[in-house]
Design a protein around this ligand. Structure first.
Ligand code: GLN
Length: 445
């Protein structure tokens, strides 16, 4: 059914970079042949999955939507892929994204854009736009994305699906192609909250192959979905509901807050005073880490090589022709801010502000169980609207970035339509408390 649906709609949605028709059929048929007793089945038994193309899949192309990696087939699979296999999911293919996960619209893909299934003239969000669009269009049952500054939550909001960014360290990054290593985290995009709990259950847990993965016990997420939020304390940061938030979005979020209140939650306004510096901080730290992580694409070790007369010329030609303009912009920004003479003024200072942003959250979480607001300031924008204006594009992540800087878990869950386009409600939790985030999202939904 998944393959048939892809054939039917992906010519228009263009969510996939690679459809592994043969692999998917073989795997599904093998699961069918094994006739596993229902009580012995993996928790994702037989479910067709789409995988963001920055997650390594052994023998299946993993391009990061970059021309530089157009031919790259990993020789190993990411830990999350091994876990999906144990859970008996079926990988159907690899999803489009902004190149190396840099962007908020999937227009920065080195191959082609993805179109929002709700309105094909609009972006699906990004950078996990292919993952979100494929779930929204019914091409896969669930997808994996990665979230460095909002790339799971924002496309989930724009496509009217659920997107969960786990706590930093909750899900192994082994085999996730690194963009900004101190921020990146893999998570599920699904049709509903219960599905998100299932997928998180399958992929979470400590991994000795990832030194930043946390050795923290994984609770039973399904049993967290009690529907009960009575007495739960919900903080609404005034910075997330003020200037710059589209009135239609604000109204839907306010309605959602009233729903939570009617379920017995206690809603109060709070402040996250340093959040206004989050975008600036992020756009120093993320490019700095990216400039270092992307140094490995030299035409020798991975992907495409542009031949030239000398080694240095080969590096230059490979990187000039292989990377798109957003990736180049970030490598330059990052290299600059890490240079001697600028390091203290920019990189080090940004690290200090990151701590202040995190402390704002710590303070609020001394008194509250969750923080709630919109996922993005607007609904899905038109293709081409922001692509030539990187600063406007960066500002779109103003509500999601602080969460990555603080390393916290957060979900985006649909909360109605504004002018016919989906709005996302963002629920942020304490570190490693995905259970409460899921419980609130599920009760609301
Ligand atoms: N849009 C943000 C960026 O361009 C976030 C991307 C992400 O989360 N991968 O960096």
């Amino acid at each position: 059914a998944s393959l048939a649906r892809i054939r039917e709609v992906d010519g228009q949605v263009r969510a996939f970079l690679t459809v592994d028709e043969e692999g998917a059929r073989e795997r599904a048929e093998a699961l069918d042949r094994e006739r596993v007793e229902s009580d012995q089945r993996g928790i994702l038994f037989g479910l067709p999955a789409g995988i963001k193309d920055n997650i390594c899949t052994e023998g299946l192309k993993t391009t990061c939507a970059s021309r530089l990696l157009a031919n790259y087939e990993p020789i190993y699979s990411a830990t999350v892929m091994k876990k999906l296999e144990q859970a008996q999911a079926v990988t159907v293919g690899k999803m489009n994204m902004d190149e190396f996960a840099m962007g908020s619209s999937t227009e920065n893909s080195g191959f082609h854009p993805t179109y929002n299934p709700w309105d094909l003239s609009r972006v699906p969000g990004g950078s996990s736009g292919g993952s979100a669009a494929a779930v929204a269009a019914g091409e896969v049952y669930f997808a994996l994305g990665s979230d460095t500054g909002g790339s799971i939550r924002q496309p989930a909001a724009y496509c009217g699906v659920v997107g969960l960014k786990p706590t930093y360290g909750r899900v192994s990054r082994f085999g996730l192609v690194a963009f900004a290593s101190s921020l990146d985290q893999i998570g599920p995009l699904t049709k509903n909250v219960e599905d998100a709990a299932y997928v998180l259950q399958a992929i979470a847990g400590h991994d000795p192959m990832d030194s930043t993965s946390a050795d923290v016990e994984v609770p039973d997420y399904l049993s967290a979905l009690t529907g009960d939020v009575k007495g739960l304390k919900v903080a609404v940061p005034k910075e997330m509901m003020g200037e710059g938030i589209d009135p239609g979005v604000r109204e839907k979020v306010q309605q959602a807050l009233r729903v939570l209140e009617s379920l017995g939650a206690v809603i109060e306004e709070v402040s996250l005073p340093h959040s206004e510096y989050a975008v600036a901080t992020y756009y120093l730290l993320a490019p700095a880490e990216a400039s270092s992580n992307l140094a490995r694409y030299d035409g020798v070790r991975y992907g495409v090589r542009v031949e030239a007369d000398s080694l240095v010329e080969m590096y230059k030609q490979t990187r000039s022709q292989g990377f798109g303009s957003e990736v180049k912009r970030r490598i330059m920004l990052g290299t600059y801010s890490l240079s001697s003479g600028y390091y203290d003024a920019y990189y080090l200072k940004a690290q200090k502000v990151r701590t202040l942003i995190k402390q704002d959250f710590d303070r609020v979480f001394e008194q509250y169980d969750v923080i709630v607001g919109p996922t993005a300031p607007t609904t899905a924008f038109k293709i081409g609207e922001k692509v030539d204006d990187p600063l406007t594009m960066y500002l779109n992540d103003i509500l999601t970035i602080p969460v990555n800087l603080a390393g916290l878990p957060a979900i985006s869950v649909p909360c109605g339509l504004s002018d016919g386009l989906p709005v996302g409600l963002q629920i942020i939790g304490k570190a490693f408390d995905e259970s409460t985030v899921l419980r609130v999202a599920h009760a609301y939904e």
